[in-house]
Ligand binder design. Structure first.
Ligand code: SF4
Length: 345
């Protein structure tokens, strides 16, 4: 693979003050949200793909696994998870005794939805003896049927940790699977053909044309969340120039944004990430590779729903204890094998 893989810590922890909130209306709302959170002994976690208002009011902003790990260590008894459902479930798995709330439980994930626990059991039955590796974008029930979870940044290491003669079932992201297969040169890897709907907005010809039209721009590819694993796959195939292409975790992307000398950076990921990049560097122009790369599920979490969630304590995310216990094993194996501080999901 020619492209540079940055390996810095993956998340920005915290929005310790509300200094980022500038409009008086927003400030009033933000103060109300923080007061409600304090009253309810709640901490607000927001994924990078949330709308800017929610990112700015949250106590912590980051990627899903980073937020789950924060969830396990914060002292508050309630966690309001502004992200999609499987992420809130992962927080529950890792901090079972806490109350986890998502402002809208209908915020799902098209990638996680491409495989159910029943389908995975059936697939396993067809390949006895295979080790199941699942991307973290899966439901708790699928994680419970999984041997080892992985993220986009440590998937190669996770698969490499499995003896070469043992077959691997990789699900659900076909692009990440294809990338891992090429990197590990494994011929005993079976890949589930799932994908994220936001992929559709980041295709090869568009990526190539946009990079060619901007010869001085750098390209940041953030393979978080499945939405840009196709771009990661294309970058590692040499579709775009290696010297200008950086595959970055969240933290690596923010570090690179702070130090880049480029006038323009093209960003291949869900557009929510641009808010963080523009905040850390106001002189470089950050443009999405595709403006339509928007996760409709992430955007189901609105400021109004966050307030409603804090006032009413809904929607509570629960995972049956036996499923959580089994799912936790697959997540902990990933953490033991890989380099969880540089995960990109
Ligand atoms: S961007 Fe794609 S993978 Fe991420 S939550 Fe949305 S639908 Fe799921």
């Amino acid at each position: 693979m020619n492209v540079r893989l940055f390996t810095k810590a993956q998340f920005r922890i915290g929005t310790p003050s509300l200094a980022d909130v500038t409009s008086p209306v927003d400030k009033e709302w933000a103060n109300r949200i923080r007061a409600l959170a304090a009253e309810k002994d709640a901490v607000i976690l927001a994924h990078n793909y949330q709308v800017p208002e929610i990112q700015d009011v949250a106590h912590h902003v980051g990627d899903s696994l980073a937020l789950s790990r924060i969830a396990a260590t914060v002292p508050e008894s309630t966690i309001v998870f502004c992200g999609v459902h499987f992420m809130a479930e992962t927080a529950k798995i890792l901090s079972y005794d806490k109350t986890i709330i998502i402002p809208d439980e209908r915020a799902g994930c098209s990638l996680a939805d491409t495989i159910t626990a029943d389908q995975l059991r059936e697939w396993k039955a067809q390949h006895p003896g295979a080790v199941v590796v699942s991307y973290v974008n899966t439901t708790a029930a699928v994680k419970a049927e999984t041997d080892i979870c992985c993220t986009s940044s440590n998937a190669v290491e996770v698969v490499q940790s499995i003896p070469a003669d043992v077959p691997v079932l990789f699900c659900p992201d076909q692009f990440l699977g294809a990338h891992v297969q090429r990197m590990t040169k494994r011929d005993n890897m079976h890949i589930w053909m799932g994908e994220c709907h936001v992929h559709a907005g980041i295709n090869g010809s568009e990526l190539k044309a946009m990079v060619a039209a901007e010869p001085d721009a750098e390209l940041f590819v953030h393979p978080e969340c499945g939405c840009a694993t196709s771009a990661m796959y294309l970058a590692s195939e040499g579709v775009v120039p290696a010297e200008r292409t950086h595959i970055l975790s969240t933290g690596g992307m923010l570090d690179a944004a702070r130090t880049t000398k480029a006038k323009k950076v093209l960003v291949a990921t869900e557009t929510g990430m641009l808010h963080q990049l523009r905040k850390v560097n106001v002189t470089t122009v950050f443009e999405p590779v595709n403006r339509a790369a928007v996760c409709k599920y992430m955007k189901m979490i609105t400021p109004e729903k966050l307030e409603h969630a804090l006032v009413h304590g809904t929607d509570v995310v629960d995972v049956p204890r036996d499923i959580a216990d089994r799912a936790r094993l697959s997540v902990e194996r990933m953490i033991a094998i890989g380099t969880p501080s540089r995960v990109g999901e």
